[in-house]
Design a protein around this ligand. Sequence first.
Ligand code: HEC
Length: 236
Amino acid sequence: MVPGVGACNPCNPCAAASPCNPCNPCAAANPCNPCNPCAAANPCNPCAAANPCNPCGACNPCNPCAAGGDDVELSGAQAKAAYACIRASLKSGYAKSGNQWVKSYQSWTNYATQPYISDTHGGRFVNNYANARGSNYGLYENAGPAPEGTVLAKDSFSVKPNGKVGAGPMFLMEKMAAGFSSDSQDWRYTLIMPNGQVFGTTGGKNSDKVGFCAECHAVVEDQDSRFYLDEAYRRK
Ligand code: HEC
């Protein structure tokens, strides 16, 4: 059993059957959550002395004050549950950038059947969305070039052994008009931090900071810079 994500861990953020999980680390950020720990009258108040999940309890294995560790490995169901927990706050964080795509990307097709760990994107759990214009992504190695207007969006999050789910950056690729950038096969790479700060964007602010995206993606130049995800996680 992976530490922190055990079925009997009261703070298991993946315990889908427990929407009222008082230790749900995502609950605090959600004002509509019935388990909002700030609601004084809330029966799920994690600070209630009698609450076995009291995060303030010194011997609580889920104590959020305990030093974090490496990301954990999750089963497919656990990874999906962790994502369900954080997806709304990912979107609202990225939206502070004003980027036009972050408002809608979660309604696009997600070509990942579950969030998976991507070593090349910070070792975080990631998804792979494509807009309708970019739907040939789903043909994978047989796709041919991406049409102009294709947008690929990869959001990300981390999960610590104590069950804490944290927001990670958004990785965006947009296929621009021919001639936009010969260094990147006309893709515009954008890295948006969880708080909405734009780390860099090809041809725009801090373009040099995202040069490494195009450099690595150029390895698959013959696939129009798209790597595609591991077959095990591909939507067919
Ligand atoms: C060291 C190599 C490397 C770097 C650097 C890198 N990527 Fe990727 N990228 C990959 C690989 C491999 C995949 C496919 C597997 C995966 O998701 O991990 C991928 C997938 C993607 C995808 C989904 C489309 C596809 O290619 O299948 C997007 C979007 C993306 N990366 C954006 C970015 C952005 C934006 C940056 C820079 C901030 C970046 N990547 C940096 C290797 C890299």
